[in-house]
Design a protein around this ligand. Structure first.
Ligand SMILES: Nc1ncnc2c1ncn2[C@@H]1O[C@H](COP(=O)(O)OP(=O)(O)OP(=O)(O)O)[C@@H](O)[C@H]1O
Ligand SMILES: [Mg+2]
Length: 352
């Protein structure tokens, strides 16, 4: 089911949280709403499921205007960070709950509960109470309960935040598998870029109540529109240095480093201040542009090391490379970067 937010706005009293947001989620797509704490992700989700009344704009499911319908008439499945299972009911009763309140016949309820339990792989746990389940198992029950009514859309608000690292990894692929198997249109709210990139077809990146960019994970990583987007995706994160256009090149401020303008960027007029973004995987032994600096920190990550390179001007770039025994702390190095992997931004953060 396609979802369309058409110039959606939401205020709490005098505080405008979302203003004129237009966003389309395609039928069968899983879209991540990604952004820092307080940017309005949950507010957007609550408006879609009908918990919040909108202040302005319309919300459509397919061609149907849902804006004024109460939550229970929108047929949405919701999973929150706290699974909110009913503690006194067992797993089967928890999953069956949305069907019971609809007065479905008992045999039909049992069939649907078994089907859902199979889908989320908890068929052997139906008699247990929530307290007798692990976090990941509880999350599966919450998913089954959200999906059992065959909702039009599935809304997930930080569903993995309460799980430990290993379970989070497992549930990431599980939720994606279930979404693909059911073909349900889904929105995942998260502030974790890895979750957004690994689970979703597209990412809408938000800041301060606005959508900054919508793209596939790959496209957004390769082609960030602003410094904010470039800085939000990637771990370890991209590093930025200040520079100035000079003789068709980019001269790093207060350092003897000149970088070529990447082929896809417009050469700015001489004297234009710019910000250059360099991802850690693109700084190392290979490339057509030279960067000199001093190794100021080495972090061992197992297969690879993270090297901090301090430039003459004090800025720090990061380089991620296979472990090198020929490099030690405080070494002066002359490393390289591929100019076609550089990002150049104007002073206001917009990509050139
Ligand atoms: N019921 C409310 N009344 C007043 N202000 C609210 C209410 N709900 C949210 N806000 C404000 O709206 C803004 C956006 O909140 P929201 O919960 O949507 O953020 P979020 O992106 O989900 O953040 P987080 O990642 O921390 O969950 C915040 O500044 C918050 O304080
Ligand atoms: Mg939130």
């Amino acid at each position: 089911m396609r979802i369309l937010l058409d110039k959606f706005s939401k205020s709490f009293g005098a505080v405008k949280v979302i203003e004129d947001m237009t966003l389309e989620i395609k039928d069968g797509e899983m879209l991540a709403l990604l952004g820092p704490s307080g940017c309005g992700k949950s507010t957007t989700l609550f408006a879609i499921c009908g918990i919040h009344k909108v202040t302005g704009g319309r919300i459509y499911f397919g061609d149907r205007d849902m804006t004024d319908l109460p939550s229970q008439e929108r047929n949405v499945g919701v999973v929150f960070q706290s699974y909110a299972l009913y503690p006194h009911m067992n797993v089967a009763e928890n999953i069956a709950f949305p069907l019971r309140i609809r007065n479905l016949p008992g045999a039909e309820i049992k069939r649907l509960v078994d089907e859902m339990a199979d889908l989320v792989h908890i068929g052997n746990l139906l008699d247990r109470r929530p307290a007798e389940l692990s976090g990941g198992q509880q999350q599966r029950v919450a998913l089954a309960r959200a999906l059992v009514r065959r909702p039009n859309v599935l809304l997930l608000d930080e569903p993995l935040a309460n799980l430990d690292a290993k379970l989070r990894l497992e549930m990431r692929s599980e939720i994606r598998r279930i979404q693909l198997e059911t073909g349900i249109t889904a929105i995942l709210v998260t502030h974790d870029q890895v979750e957004a990139m690994s689970m979703c077809d597209r990412i809408a990146i938000m800041n301060a109540g606005q959508i900054i960019q919508i793209a596939t994970p790959k496209e957004m990583y390769r082609n960030p529109r602003t410094t904010f987007v470039a800085g939000f995706l990637g771990n370890p994160p991209i590093a930025f240095v200040e520079a100035e256009a000079r003789d068709g090149m980019l001269a790093v401020k207060n350092a003897d480093i000149r970088l070529p303008v990447p082929p896809d960027a417009v050469t700015p007029p001489d004297g234009t201040p710019v910000i250059i973004g360099i991802r850690p995987e693109n700084l190392g032994p290979e490339g057509d542009a030279i960067i000199r600096g001093r190794v100021s920190f080495i972090e061992t990550q197992g297969r690879e090391n993270l090297y901090d390179i301090k430039l003459e001007n004090g800025s720090v770039l990061r380089s991620i490379q296979r472990v090198r025994d020929d490099i030690s702390l405080d070494d002066e190095v002359e490393w390289r970067v591929r100019s076609d992997r550089l990002f150049v931004f104007a002073e206001n953060g917009e990509r050139l």
